[in-house]
Write a protein that binds this ligand. Structure first.
Ligand code: FES
Length: 56
């Protein structure tokens, strides 16, 4: 499912980025560009990040 339409980032890509070493929303944003345009996806992207980190 797409979380960020502006950058075409899916929840799967966010998870993958975390498995590959991102350990905060800031890291995810830097790695994938999620939330760097309109910003509408930020809260959902943060939630996916939080949920994924909580399961590690
Ligand atoms: Fe993510 Fe616009 S939908 S920056």
């Amino acid at each position: 499912m797409y979380v960020c339409l502006c950058q075409g980032v899916t929840d799967g890509q966010i998870r993958e980025a975390i498995y590959e070493g991102c350990c905060s929303y800031r890291d995810v944003r830097q790695a994938l560009g999620v939330g760097t345009q309109c910003g509408k996806c930020a809260s959902q992207a943060k939630q996916v990040t939080r949920e994924t980190l909580a399961k590690l």
